[in-house]
Design a binder for this molecule. Sequence first.
Ligand code: ZN
Length: 323
Amino acid sequence: MRKAIGVDLGGSHASAAVVQEDGKIVSQYEQDIVDRSFDAVIAALENVIRPAIRDGKENELAGIGVGSPGNIDLTTGTVIYSPNFLWQNIPLGPRLRQLFQLPVHVANDARCATLGEYTFGMGKGTKDFVLLTLGTGIGGGIVAGGSLVIGNRAGAGEIGHHQIRPTDGFICGCGKIGCFEAQASGTGLLRHAFAVAPSFPKSTLLVKSPDKLGSKAIRRAAQAGDAHALAAWKNFIGDLAIGLANIVTFVNPEMIALGGGVSSAGDFMIGAVLPGMDELTTMVPRGTTRLVIANLGNDAGLVGAATMALRGGITPASWQNSP
Ligand SMILES: [Zn+2]
């Protein structure tokens, strides 16, 4: 069976996997990234890609697909800019091609995850699909009519940075106020918990274990009925509903899949957000978008990146699901 190397590059972590054309991961290597300079990141990538290439038997490998944070020139694989690494015009694709003498395709990490989930996860069989990964931020991607929406300069799908609370929201990492990701990511849930804290002077939610405080702890406390956590959860769900209804209004997808740490809440989250999403959906027929939890988890990025390499790129034509 044909195989390719899928690479998922994050701000603090790199992983590479040998992935078959049926989406199955054969082997996988990981390494933490502590130094974000280009040379150090390349060294970390070498450490995970070399053993994967050895496993994959070079002559059977279609190439290397890399999902990287930031805006990418899809033709060359140059990272135009990446806030995570503070990179500008970094020749990631060219350097990897030179190192490994294999075809290398680079695309945005969230777009790769979208294509992985679309092709082998919950999106399989749909034509109009959106993936949203609710983690530190919100990563996303849009598939319309069976093709990934790429945009004029590969910028389509930056759903996390549409503003939903421009006057009273939290400050986003991009500099704007009240972006969808500032309000409705895992970090957003944590911010909501701090924002409502003055109303709960006796709450121990935020002092219990500040070293391990994360969105999951807030979500679990909400599920357990903690009043402070529930107030934060309610505001978080309200903001999530606004963003989801906006997506429905823009692209009327058949399905929106939610991934990332917060989405492990499953039906507790879907059940809470659906009424608000429907209520805010006006000109599009209500109930025509299924809201589900993504099922490939962290593998979506690796599988999507490898599949991009197997199909020779991330252009719409190469990504159409067979009818
Ligand atoms: Zn933003």
